[in-house]
Design a protein around this ligand. Structure first.
Ligand SMILES: Cc1cc2nc3c(=O)[nH]c(=O)nc-3n(C[C@H](O)[C@H](O)[C@H](O)COP(=O)(O)OP(=O)(O)OC[C@H]3O[C@@H](n4cnc5c(N)ncnc54)[C@H](O)[C@@H]3O)c2cc1C
Length: 546
């Protein structure tokens, strides 16, 4: 690596950091493409076992009596409509049923007695037509990695899982357009494209489990949004099954199509309330030939913003990620994820992970070296490390990507993903720490002795997206009330959004008015009536309870 060696000669601090990164034995760095197995630590598992039903946690969300309770004839119909014997799971096998009733955080627990796993669009259509005709409520489910309680039932809704719809239908290497079933797992698609020199335009820590249909239904953001934009731009068309079973093509796999309303946009981020997405066509970019990853330690949020401004100036079109996390996040990752080591020793208040992607390594190295020289000589950065190969780059990414998992292993985890003007991102974290400390719920000295153990911030700085997370001994109404209305009021006051990327689901439905006006919500309700007149799709969620 002559260019990086030259760079480190000019930058003594960086040289130390690079040496530290190089010194990490290879076997200690977590493997390149981990298939995430989201296991929980014993404390969290115990909390899960004791977890109350969602219907008990939200007693005001009563079961809609218009929805039919399933009987043997209904189950017999579904068994005839779905050809695969593994396509229907009933209460006869409770162990198989349970994961579909429980969300990833182990915070929400439904009571469905039936999971349907169709293998084709026509099977989805037959199922939904029957449900609509018979007033049977349905929860569409992808990889069940959603973080707002949207993917699991509240009462006894039927779970319609897209797991068995996992075929790649077509890939055009000239246009880069990929068409696939909605149940394809994101990481599988990315690996498939990698062999062809392309890349999925989105990436998230849950990639080993989440599905492209779920990504589109939640309008997932993630780690590549800074570079490739949101799914509202990259999804070109989709196939949707309406609540009454009609199969509707929303557009064609074309970059330009100016005929009619762009209905697919309505389904992006509709969280299973308007229809079931059964296939997606998405524009995929070329995989970059030259990728650099650096992790830097920064002592204050003001410095972090300076580094961000400098990165945009010096790295411009090759900047592909700018992720930040605070010291506690790093410490929790080190505690809970095996074999993780920070690539340098300096203990700083914030860390930033910067990625560049381009097509010319010399050109990118030059730009990165100018940037690193600037931020280090100007004192914006305390210490840093530059990955010297793909394994080290993956090791750095692994730290960022396992923050969510580490927090979940601490016990009860309150998760908020917020859009806030960049300059105010960390003010939100400090405000929450102060408020909870004043109420005796959080120990401000960092001793983790309060009902709330940690209040941390991390996220996609480049997108103005803060993940504010609190870990606690469990979820209680008292804590929820101490956190939620004040937080959402603060976000409204700051001109932000109460959901940057995870969506509304069950968790944020009562607070939608902090981000949307009454007229806007009325219009949303009218559209829901048009698309799903009987309200069978994902009831009790997304809209403020009436
Ligand atoms: C470790 C971890 C990291 C994460 N990182 C990010 C991140 O960086 N950015 C981000 O945006 N999110 C992130 N998430 C949240 C989650 O992964 C995303 O919301 C993801 O897009 C959900 O996809 P899924 O297939 O798991 O959907 P599910 O969780 O199964 O469902 C989510 C919602 O979409 C609906 N739905 C699912 N499939 C369909 C379909 N085919 N048709 C209609 N509706 C459907 C469901 O009804 C539900 O309302 C993370 C989660 C975890 C656990």
């Amino acid at each position: 690596m002559p260019r990086l060696a030259a760079l480190s000669t000019r930058l003594p601090l960086l040289r130390t950091a690079v040496a530290a990164a190089s010194a990490i034995p290879r076997r200690r760095i977590v493997c390149l493409l981990p298939k995430r197995a989201f296991s929980l630590a014993p404390t969290a598992r115990a909390a899960a076992a004791a977890q109350a039903l969602t219907s008990a946690q939200y007693p005001t969300l009563r079961r809609n009596p218009d929805f039919k309770t399933l009987n043997d004839n209904d189950v017999a119909f579904f068994k005839s409509a779905i050809k695969s014997p593994a396509g229907v799971i009933t209460a006869d096998t409770p162990d198989e049923l349970e994961p579909f009733n429980q969300d990833w955080m182990r915070r929400f627990k439904g009571q469905s007695t039936l999971v349907l796993r169709p293998s084709s669009t026509s099977e989805v259509s037959a199922v939904l037509k029957y449900c609509n005709d018979n007033n049977i409520a349905v929860v569409p489910q992808g990889g069940n990695t959603g973080l707002v309680g949207g993917s699991v039932p509240v009462h006894d809704e039927v779970v319609l899982s897209l797991q068995n719809m996992n075929q790649i239908r077509e890939f055009d290497p000239v246009s880069g357009i990929l068409t696939c079933d909605a149940g394809c797992v994101l990481e599988v698609l990315d690996n498939h494209l990698a062999q062809k020199g392309f890349i999925m335009p989105l990436d998230l820590g849950a990639k080993g489990s989440c599905q492209i249909g779920g990504n589109v239904a939640t309008n997932a953001g993630g780690l590549r949004l800074l570079r490739y934009g949101s799914l509202h731009g990259t999804v070109l068309s989709m196939e949707v099954v309406m609540a009454d079973g009609r199969i509707v093509e929303c557009g064609k796999p074309l970059r330009k199509d100016n005929t009619g309303f762009d209905l697919k946009q309505l389904f992006i981020g509709s969280e299973g309330t308007l229809g079931v997405i059964t296939s997606v066509s998405i524009l995929t970019p070329r995989r970059s030939r030259a990728v650099n990853v650096a992790m830097l330690g920064v002592s204050s949020f003001d410095h972090l913003m300076e580094v961000f401004k400098q990165a945009k100036m010096d790295l411009n079109e090759i900047l592909s990620a700018f992720e930040f996390f605070d010291r506690t996040c790093l410490n929790l990752v080190k505690r809970h994820i095996p074999n993780v080591r920070a690539p340098f020793d300096a203990d700083t208040r914030f860390y930033v992970l910067i990625e560049t992607s381009g097509s010319n390594k010399d050109h990118d190295d030059d730009k990165l070296s100018t940037f690193l020289e600037h931020v280090m000589t100007e004192g914006m950065v305390e210490d840093g490390a530059l990955a010297q190969d793909a394994t080290q780059a993956a090791g750095m990414w692994n730290i960022r990507e396992t923050i969510t998992e580490s927090l979940a292993k601490e016990g009860g985890n309150y998760k908020y993903d917020l859009s806030v003007p960049v300059a105010q991102l960390y003010d939100v974290v400090e405000e929450m720490q102060k408020q909870l400390a004043e109420r005796g719920l959080y120990a401000a000295d960092g001793s983790a002795t309060g009902a709330v153990k940690h209040v941390v911030g991390f996220g996609h700085m480049g997108d103005g997206n803060l993940h504010l997370n609190l870990t606690s001994t469990g979820w209680t109404t008292e804590l929820t009330q101490a956190i939620e209305p004040p937080l959402y009021k603060s976000i409204q006051r700051r001109g932000g959004s109460i959901s940057a990327e995870h969506g509304v689901g069950l968790m944020k439905a009562p607070y939608l008015s902090y981000s949307k006006s009454a007229d806007f919500i009325d219009l949303m309700k009218s559209m829901k009536k048009l698309f799903d007149p009987k309200g069978i799709l994902n009831p009790y969620k997304y809209f403020p309870p009436s």
